[in-house]
Design a protein around this ligand. Structure first.
Ligand code: HEC
Length: 308
């Protein structure tokens, strides 16, 4: 069995070195991970802030109208045809905040760093239905205090932040009889049916879901390691080796050999302290002086025995 106590000082120092080294590497990795998480969360927050601002901007103008064009993928909320005599009539299509965000979100691409979308557990539009993680997150948002749920475990960082109903939302999401007025009521009912009405101010209407590609900082950090780091690591190992060899192990070995010599009768062996002061703080030098005293007592006793 491995007994630490029976190992040489050199092995002990080497084990200590390994321990200190791995502890410092571990603490480095932990700190890096923590910094990475903070950065990801900050980035996700600012993305969701930007989405909310964009929605506000669109809402403040009563939605965005596009002339003669809408994308088949996203559709439009309602249209309005402007008849001008002499010209061909122009058709305008309405993009309400949720639709505009949906259109913008398809421009974002996780391959370029991040993407986002707006989801809801009571979605009008099928494309806004949550995936398993988002559904679970929304479920949690109902009960927890924090307004977000996050997940670091996969290749992408996921962040889901609640989107609550404000007064302005009621005219399209509020009570069908009291809050939602014509012509919006007919427009919404025609397009989505009786979906996502009846909300009150403050309730969770859905969530902003952000995904950010993780360019793992720990791997990135290890890729910045240059040959200098290897040289420094190598130099540290060499320094440890030289220190334990020449400052600890070699002097102790010398003393051991001297003690063996003395015990076999060679009293004049060199203890290596001829030009040294006894006041030294070096424990090994102190030990050598103790040996010196032992040798003198031994000489004295041997002399007395011989004289008898
Ligand atoms: C002008 C009407 C209108 C207003 C005002 C409005 N919404 Fe919507 N909202 C819609 C429509 C229409 C959809 C479905 C949009 C789509 O096609 O993605 C929708 C969808 C959503 C969705 C996505 C889930 C789903 O049902 O598909 C969320 C979340 C949402 N709205 C939240 C809000 C919030 C929060 C406000 C107020 C800040 C608000 N909406 C104000 C009309 C409106």
């Amino acid at each position: 069995m491995f007994s630490f106590n029976r190992q040489s000082i050199f092995v002990k120092i080497f084990l200590l070195f390994l321990l200190v080294f791995s502890l410092s590497v571990t603490s480095h990795i932990l700190v890096t991970q923590k910094v990475e998480r903070e950065l990801l969360r900050k980035q996700a927050r600012s993305i969701s802030r930007l989405i909310i601002l964009t929605r506000q901007w669109v809402a403040s103008m009563g939605g965005v109208w596009s002339k003669d064009f809408y994308s088949k993928d996203h559709g439009y909320l309602t249209s309005y045809t402007e008849e001008v005599r002499s010209k061909k009539p122009a058709v305008f299509y309405l993009h309400n905040p949720a639709l505009a965000t949906r259109e913008i979100s398809t421009l974002a691409n996780i391959e370029h760093g991040y993407d986002f979308r707006v989801v809801s557990d009571r979605a009008r539009e099928r494309k806004n239905e949550p995936d398993a993680f988002e559904a679970d997150a929304i479920e949690k948002l109902y009960f927890q205090e924090d307004n977000y749920v996050e997940d670091f475990s996969g290749d992408v960082y996921r962040y889901v932040e609640s989107l609550r109903v404000k007064k302005g939302c009621l005219r399209c999401h509020g009570n069908l009889r009291t809050d939602v007025k014509e012509p919006m009521r007919t427009i919404l009912m025609k397009k989505y049916g009786n979906k996502a009405f009846g909300y009150k101010v403050g309730e969770i209407r859905g969530a902003i879901s952000v995904r950010i590609a993780k360019n793992n900082m720990v791997t990135q950090l290890s890729s910045v390691f240059s040959y200098w780091n290897y040289i420094i690591a190598f130099a540290t190992v060499v320094l440890f080796y030289l220190f334990s060899r020449f400052v600890v192990v070699r002097p102790v070995q010398k003393l051991t050999n001297a003690a063996m010599e003395i015990s076999s009768g060679n009293l004049d062996v060199d203890l290596g302290i001829k030009d040294t002061q006894e006041k030294s703080r070096n424990e090994i030098t102190k030990l050598a002086f103790a040996f010196e005293k032992l040798r003198n007592s031994y000489k004295f006793l041997a002399g007395r025995m011989a004289n008898k």
